[in-house]
Structures are given as C-alpha cells and as structure tokens.
Ligand binder design. Sequence first.
Ligand SMILES: [Zn+2]
Length: 232
Amino acid sequence: MSAPMEATPIPTSESKVPLAPAEPLSDQDWREEWLVPTVMISLAGRCGERRARRPGPDGWRRHLDNHGLIAIHEASHLVVAYAVGRHVNGAAIEVVDDLYDSYRGVAQNSQVALSDETPDHPTFEQFDKLERDFKTATNLAKLAVGHGWLRYLRTLWIRTDGILERHWLAMKMVAQELGATGTVRRARAQELLDRWMPVQGGSLFEAFAGLLNARVEVCDLAAAARWLSPPA
Ligand SMILES: [Zn+2]
C-alpha cells in the first residue's frame, strides 16, 4: 500500500487521504500537481508487480514468491513517489501469516519536506484504516474526469509503468533491501534512490554493459582520431 503523509499536523501514523497543498491552486494545477501524481503513486505498487512478472525476451517468466512481490510493490511506490517530486519516508513489510506465505507492506510519501521530529519510517499501526491503492486511484480518477475515469487510469498506468521502466534498477535496489531488512527508513530510501535512479538499465549487468559500451565508443573515437590525424 502507499500511504501519503499529511502536511500538518505532524502525523503520528499513515494518513489515508493526503492533504492538498497549503497554497491555493487552480483546477488545472491541482490536477497536475497533486491528483495525477497521487494516482500514479497509488498505481505504482501493482504496476511494479506486473512489470516484475512479465516474461523476459527469452519467454521465461521469473518465479517470484509473495515476499519478493510485496517488496517490489512497496519499492515501486517509493520510486514513483520520488520521481514525481514527493518526499519519501521509507517503507516496511511484515509477515501476516507464515502458513499462507502472506505479507503486508506500507510505503510512505509526503508533499512537504519531513522534519527530523517525524517518525522516519511507516508502521502498521493504522494499516487497516488505510485506503487500498486501487480505491484511491479510482476515486481520484472519477473526481478528475467523471465518466472517462477508466481511460484516464489507463493513461496514468502507462505513465507510471514508463517511470518504473526507466528506474527499474533503483526499484530493485530498494526492494532487495526491503526484503532483507523489513524496513527501509527515510534517509536510507533517499540514499538508495539518489544513488540508483539516475542509472539506466534493468539490472546491474545492463548498467555496467552500458558503461562498457560507452567506454568502447570513446576508445574507438580516440583510435579513429589517431588514424585521421596527420603524421607528426
Ligand atoms: Zn500498495
């Protein structure tokens, strides 16, 4: 789940409905600056899961267990929140039922910068009161466009998926740490996202291969320049 934080007062737990910014916004601004990002963040969890389960170019579908999927789900919320300019406050996952291999997770973001006094990671205290991702997305889409809400959601789903595609490696890094530790705190989440979001490629291998190719091109250019330059 994605849990946006309230701007004021200082929240003691996840809030269900993010507050609109303090500055008055026009309808168009409000839609673009608040509603669209909020919908995209809500869609991001499922969107990330869907992307993770997509078969690779060789047709193999990776096996992902529920624990891996919940980490991907929450990490995707954080990546998209960061990409649309929100402040992230980390994420947490926990076991609900060992026997049935079931888990729950929460990721938190805020429109305003978070002070040191606010808790630096989300908890499950108010989990049952949180609105489900798709309900948030659907309600906001209906509010924005009325009848055309499904088409509107599809468009925003594609935008969200595009963000995840570009920042898939960052998503993986956050998901990996979340899966291993259960909680990624605010500072660590920001550190991971700052470090990995600028890196293109779906995996470390692709990222390094990209660097290697760039280097080869540079080498080739240097070689070409040597060939082309007149003898001394
Ligand atoms: Zn979610």
